[in-house]
Design a protein around this ligand. Structure first.
Ligand SMILES: Cc1cc2nc3c(=O)[nH]c(=O)nc-3n(C[C@H](O)[C@H](O)[C@H](O)COP(=O)(O)OP(=O)(O)OC[C@H]3O[C@@H](n4cnc5c(N)ncnc54)[C@H](O)[C@@H]3O)c2cc1C
Length: 421
């Protein structure tokens, strides 16, 4: 095996990095995961994730972890209520009968990030994850790499995989291609004892998800198994609004005042989301890697997940792509058909970048239509049985996803440009 006797360093213990570690260990590889968190409990894990049959679940299946997944996923958590900005319900999946099950193409069971992380961590050999390892740099030393961490430690590795998320340190060693600004900022909030702090929304949520649309803005709420919930607002802003607005996101009163002003057309029912003293807010400006990004494959370093193809979360693909990257990279690195590690990485990167180009287009399409005036109508059309309306929506999507990039390409324009103006 090509990677026999090689030390593999995976930088970042998110879903992508941990899935890769598990898959490589199953093949007998020598793997360490370097994670900046000081331990597994230090950070509140964000909202629930829906895993897709062909990607996230395919990776878990190959990792032999489907029994653990079935024991910890949350049936019903994927059920969605689509609302307008006054919380009037237009679509209610709670009222529908479940038709999908494991193995179905469109089955998207939800699991909270914490349990998903626990499942992956629990599957690794003891000591695989080196906590408190915030990487500062990787430097080539002959044919291998020297890793330097913020805590003063150093280590070496023969192969490095950057799985360190959107602001990856490893990415700069692989490529100088930067993400582009999409025109949208999300404000993420997480509420601990949701039933007490936000009782009305808690009732409306019913243990599932709320998607609310109005005035070119969105509000998405998703329940978590521990009684807490996460939510995100999203609206069009300037790129550096989160710094230049002067809002202190640690001061909930300031965040509520901003929401009341920015979402002034929205009903007061949403205000309780911002009322709790313990609610944590994080502004998240949304970027996307260029859809046509390509780089020259290095001999023993590569990227996966957000480090490779950061994109907005409006298609629910980020985690699924990270886990599918892990599956494809683990297979390439252990495939005897490849002459050497560089050829294996080249094959993985080619497939991964091609896949991202397509998924990224769909994601940018969603980002744009969810923040335009007809968003709610379009959403209802997607779910409606009205064939004429659906055909109109599909043709709109076709124009955006296929024709616009084609015209850009013919005109020699890069997709590196603001999506929303
Ligand atoms: C608000 C929000 C909602 C989202 N909703 C969804 C959704 O519903 N569905 C979906 O599929 N995706 C969603 N995403 C996207 C999804 O979270 C990411 O695409 C996914 O987590 C990427 O996985 P990853 O393993 O590549 O990176 P990450 O999950 O970002 O993991 C990276 C890891 O690397 C560590 N790290 C970072 N820097 C360093 C360093 N210098 N040294 C060492 N370690 C480091 C981090 O601590 C982290 O553990 C959402 C994202 C956000 C922000």
């Amino acid at each position: 095996m090509m990677i026999k006797n090689k030390k593999i360093a995976i930088v970042g213990g998110g879903p992508g990095g941990l899935t890769l570690a598990r898959l490589l260990q199953l093949k007998g590889a020598n793997v360490k995961v370097y994670e900046r968190d000081i331990d597994k409990d230090v950070r509140i894990q964000g909202g629930a994730l829906d895993l897709h049959t062909e990607s996230g679940l395919a990776a878990l299946t190959r990792a032999g972890l489907m029994d653990e997944f079935r024991a910890r996923y949350r049936p019903g958590a994927e059920k969605m209520r689509v609302m307008d900005n006054q919380a009037k319900i237009y679509i209610d999946q709670h009222a529908e009968k479940d038709t999908e099950t494991f193995g179905d193409k469109h089955h998207r069971p939800e699991i909270d990030r914490g349990p998903l992380r626990d499942i992956l961590l629990g599957s690794l050999d003891p000591g695989t994850v080196v906590w408190d390892s915030h990487i500062l740099s990787v430097e080539p030393v002959q044919d291998s790499w020297k890793l330097t961490f913020q805590n003063g430690n150093t280590d070496t590795a023969d192969i490095v995989i950057g799985a360190d998320g959107a602001n990856s340190k490893i990415r700069a060693v692989v490529t100088d291609i930067k993400p582009f600004w999409t025109g949208i900022t999300m404000v993420e909030g997480s509420i601990k004892d949701a039933e007490k702090t936000a009782p009305t929304i808690h009732k409306l949520l019913k243990g599932g998800k709320i998607f609310a649309f109005g005035n070119e803005k969105t509000l998405i709420v998703s329940s978590k198994g521990d009684g807490s919930f996460g939510f995100t607002t999203a609206c069009k802003t300037d790129e550096y609004w989160h710094k230049e607005s002067g809002i202190d996101f640690k001061d909930n009163k300031q965040v509520l005042a901003w929401f009341k002003a920015e979402f002034s057309e929205w009903g007061s029912v949403w205000h309780e989301l911002f009322a709790g003293e313990n609610t944590l807010f994080i502004p998240r400006p949304q970027y996307c890697m260029p859809l046509d990004q390509k780089w020259e494959t290095r001999s023993n370093i590569t990227l996966l997940g957000d480090a490779a193809h950061w994109m907005p979360p409006f298609a629910g693909e980020g985690v699924n792509m990270a886990m599918l990257d892990a599956l494809e990279l683990s297979e390439a690195l252990t495939d005897p058909a490849f002459a050497d590690i560089q050829t294996a990485i080249a094959s993985y990167e080619k497939g991964m970048l091609k896949r991202f180009s397509k998924i990224g287009q769909g994601t940018l399409f969603n980002t744009e239509w969810m923040h335009q005036p007809d968003a709610l109508d379009d959403m209802l059309t997607m779910f409606s049985t009205n064939i004429v309306k659906q055909a109109r929506f599909v043709s709109k999507m076709f124009i955006h996803v296929t024709l616009v990039p084609f015209v850009r390409k013919v005109a020699g324009l890069s997709p590196k440009q603001t999506v929303l103006t």
